[in-house]
Write a protein that binds this ligand. Structure first.
Ligand code: ADP
Ligand code: MG
Length: 256
């Protein structure tokens, strides 16, 4: 039975997609069977995994509307050695079209049930909004991974996300928990980064992952080659950090 995690933060550019793609590749290196669900119409996770988002025959969009299923729509990322449920801008339409459907916040959960036995981990790359798509991710998941930059405004907006997660937990998905805050794009030379990082540990205790992802140019370069950073330059600091994060997640799910 797969453990399902949303990578969520309603801010854009905070490292959700980089985390989704590289954690998938890191877990695959640790011999975990992984499905990466691209739940963002921007399709960045799809491209970052080396799958062309143009002209997909079936995607997250068709799956959520019940016009296809995960087994048909999933594709293999050869570069990352994991499976991908790909998406593209069509998915933006699902937001509106789902309004008419029954059980609209559980479309993704129901679709993933079909492939539950095929994976150890299912990771969901959420869009930068607390939208119906993100709600579907939160309803499908056992836990949420929240990537954060250690900067002055990092905590702003975190309370909205935490409140949304609490509401989903109370009304729609009792299994949902915040697994942890992941410090990303970390620059240890900046005093401010150190300070915000220490504050996070103080406030959130063991909800802060031990692994810290450094700012690393190889992680930023990799998507333009359609290869996860972990595969692109396995010895880089960024790749090593995501592999370590994979090991931390493997350890976490033993206690779930
Ligand atoms: P989101 O999915 O939250 O919008 P992305 O993962 O797309 O964020 O990251 C935003 C930008 O920051 C991208 O250009 C990405 O390549 C870059 N980036 C993310 N993480 C790192 C990192 N650890 N080091 C360097 N660049 C990073
Ligand atoms: Mg993204």
């Amino acid at each position: 039975m797969a453990k399902i995690f949303c990578v969520a933060n309603q801010k854009g550019g905070v490292g959700k997609t980089t985390t989704s793609v590289n954690l998938s590749a890191g877990l695959a290196k640790l011999n975990q069977r992984v499905l990466l669900v691209d739940l963002d119409p921007q399709g960045n996770a799809t491209m970052g995994a080396g799958i062309n988002k143009a002209g997909l025959e079936a995607s997250t969009y068709e799956v959520m509307l019940g016009e296809s299923d995960v087994k048909t729509a999933r594709q293999r990322s050869e570069a990352g050695r994991f499976d991908v449920l790909p998406s593209n801008r069509e998915l933006a339409g699902a937001e509106v079209e789902m309004v008419e459907l029954d059980n609209r916040e559980r479309r993704l959960k129901d679709a993933l049930a079909e492939v539950d036995a095929d994976y150890d981990f299912i990771l969901i790359d959420c869009p930068p909004a607390l939208s119906m798509l993100t709600l579907n991710g939160l309803c499908a998941a056992h836990g949420v991974i929240i990537p954060m930059q250690c900067e002055y405004y990092a905590l702003e907006g975190l309370s909205d996300l935490v409140n949304t997660i609490k509401k989903v937990h109370a009304n729609l998905n009792q299994e949902l928990k915040i697994i942890g805050l992941l410090r990303v794009m970390f620059d240890p030379r900046m005093t401010l980064s150190q300070q915000v990082s220490a504050q996070l540990e103080q406030h959130f205790g063991d909800k802060v992952f031990k692994t810290i992802i450094p700012r690393n140019v190889r992680l930023a370069e990799a998507p333009s080659y359609g290869v996860p950073g972990v595969t692109f330059d396995p010895s880089s600091k960024g790749a090593q950090a995501y592999i370590a994060f994979g090991a931390e997640m493997v350890e976490r799910i033993k206690h779930m």
